[in-house]
Write a protein that binds this ligand. Sequence first.
Ligand SMILES: Nc1ncnc2c1ncn2[C@@H]1O[C@H](COP(=O)(O)OP(=O)(O)O)[C@@H](O)[C@H]1O
Ligand SMILES: [Mg+2]
Length: 289
Amino acid sequence: MTNCWIIYNGSLISEKFVDQANLMAEAVKKYDVEPIVLKNCDVLMDLQTELVNRPDFVIFLDKDILLGQFLKQQGIPVFNDPDIIEICDNKAKQYLKLSQGNIPIPKTIIAPKVYRNFSITQTGYFEKVIEQLKLPMIIKEAHGSFGMKVYLIETEQQFYEKVKELSGVDFVFQEFIASSTGRDIRVNIVGDEVVAAMYRHSETDFRANITNGGKAERIELTEEQIKIAKQAALVLGAEYAGVDLLFGENEQPIVCEVNAAAHIRNIYNVTGVNVGEKLTQYILRKLAL
Ligand SMILES: Nc1ncnc2c1ncn2[C@@H]1O[C@H](COP(=O)(O)OP(=O)(O)O)[C@@H](O)[C@H]1O
Ligand SMILES: [Mg+2]
């Protein structure tokens, strides 16, 4: 019987990580695939000993990129490919790629590397950034989820405090898309198909993330939204993606970010679509299992 590993992170204590692994497990069972749900730390990345009980494929719900690479190096198909997870996990890297692919994104400036506890305050660099993007602007750490590392910067004081706090951390400066305040769209893509989408909105925060207090409902996407979301996933090479779209001034879609390990619980609750089922169908077709 075909089997797969479903890997999530063992250090995150929130129930939602194991919940989503279990929801994925339910999905693969529908296609007669036996799921083995594992924490990343259940797999010993022993480089000298061959892995036993190898699965037919791995659904990787974690950002432990080295584990993904380790499994890929063993010849096991991993979804998403860890190279893609690595790009998406770093927002600066993914914006580089998205801009290279001419995908509409907010104006973005990647912050230069500053070593921890060092500073470039005297160089005139930050003045240039403020002049270019104006306030309010967004500062976004390269690594972060659930809106937790995304900051709305309204004053110069906030700006300088934040850049000081972030010395040693990868981040970007970004145009604040005011027309999208507290609202966005999450589009789930598998292969080259949109399989589910939801509109998210918050009355209390500029961030629409559900984990951050946003509410979600079904939405019928426009042709343009479908096209841009698919292109964003394609440019990054993500076979499985959760694309966040912002609303531009004329409601035109602007890509906020692409998640390569998108959570599937909320989209399931809102739309009734278990994205895991679509992903399983896709993987079985691709691997001819
Ligand atoms: N440039 C922006 N302008 C306006 N709102 C933004 C912008 N970037 C992010 N947001 C809001 O913040 C939320 C979180 O940002 P996102 O880049 O998706 O990070 P995360 O990985 O934490 O979800 C988005 O869903 C959106 O509501
Ligand atoms: Mg997001």
